[in-house]
Design a protein around this ligand. Structure first.
Ligand code: SF4
Length: 244
C-alpha cells in the first residue's frame, strides 16, 4: 500500500495557496483560512501583542471573536505589553486567549538567576519561548502569524503560506507595508502599543529590545549587537533554506 507523505502534501499545498493568494487582501486570506481552506483542522492565531499585533487581531475578530489566540509570556516582557494585551483583548472582544508561560521547573533549572538572556540568548529563547509555544500548539494544524516582508531583510521572501513541522503557517500580512498598517490603525482607531511612541517598532522581551533610529529595519532593536535576529519560533525554514 502506498503511504501518503503528509510533509510533502502540506509543502505542496502551501506552495499552491501562496501562489493563489499572493496578491490577496489579508482579510480574504483570513476568511479563507477560517472558513474554507482548512475545514476540520484546528487553526490558532499566534501573537506577541507587539507594535503591529492589533491589525491581525482586529481582522481576525471581524471573522470570529472566538478564534483561539495564543501568546507566550516569557516572564521578561515589558509591563506595557501586558497592559496592552489586556486593553486589546477587551477592545476587540476576543474570548479565546491563551497565554502560555515557561514551565517553572525547567525554567528554574535553565535560568536560575533570570540572566540567561545575557549569557546565552538562544538558550533563553528556547526555554522561555520555543518550548512553551510548542506545547501550546500541540494539536494545532494551522498557525496564523503576523509577520511581514518589510520588517527585515531576512523576511523579504516570506511566503503567504508555509509548511513547517507538520502544520501550515499562514502569514496574511506578508505583503503589507508600514503605510498599509498605519492606514489600518487609523481607519479602525486601534490603540497603539505604548512603547511605539518611544521608537520601539518591534517589541519583544524587555532585556533584548531597544528602540530603532529613523530608517533602520523595524527589528534592528531586537538583540542589538548580536548575530541573533529571530527568537527561534520561526527559524525552521531558515535552517532548511526555504521560504523566508
Ligand atoms: Fe530571553 Fe531575550 Fe529571548 Fe526573551 S528575547 S526569551 S529575554 S533571550
Amino acid at each position: 500500500m502506498t503511504m501518503i507523505d503528509f510533509t510533502d502534501y502540506k509543502a505542496a499545498k502551501a506552495q499552491i495557496l501562496s501562489a493563489e493568494f499572493e496578491d490577496a487582501d489579508p482579510r480574504d486570506v483570513l476568511r479563507a483560512a477560517f472558513k474554507t481552506l482548512f475545514v476540520g483542522e484546528r487553526v490558532a492565531l499566534v501573537t506577541s501583542f507587539g507594535a503591529e499585533s492589533a491589525v491581525l487581531l482586529h481582522m481576525a475578530a471581524q471573522v470570529d471573536r472566538t478564534i483561539p489566540v495564543v501568546s507566550v509570556d516569557t516572564g521578561k516582557l515589558f509591563g506595557e505589553t501586558r497592559r496592552y494585551r489586556r486593553k486589546l483583548v477587551e477592545r476587540l472582544g476576543l474570548t479565546n486567549l491563551r497565554v502560555v508561560e515557561p514551565e517553572p521547573e525547567p525554567l528554574a533549572q535553565a535560568d536560575p538567576k533570570g540572566v540567561l538572556w545575557h549569557q546565552d540568548a538562544d538558550a533563553c529563547c528556547h526555554v522561555r519561548k520555543v518550548v512553551p509555544l510548542a506545547r501550546a500548539l500541540d494539536g494545532v494544524d494551522v498557525w496564523l502569524s503576523g509577520r511581514k516582508r518589510y520588517q527585515a531583510s531576512s523576511r523579504e521572501r516570506l511566503p503567504m503560506f508555509e509548511a513547517e513541522e507538520g502544520r501550515i503557517k499562514v502569514n496574511p500580512l506578508a505583503n503589507w507595508t508600514r503605510d498599509d498598517l498605519d492606514g489600518y490603525f487609523d481607519a479602525h482607531d486601534l490603540p497603539r502599543h505604548p512603547l511605539e511612541a518611544d521608537g520601539y517598532l518591534s517589541i519583544g522581551c524587555q532585556p533584548c529590545t531597544e528602540p530603532v533610529a529613523p530608517g533602520e529595519d523595524p527589528r534592528a532593536g531586537r538583540w542589538r549587537g548580536q548575530a541573533k535576529t529571530e527568537c527561534g519560533i520561526h527559524t525552521v525554514l531558515y535552517s532548511q533554506g526555504g521560504g523566508i
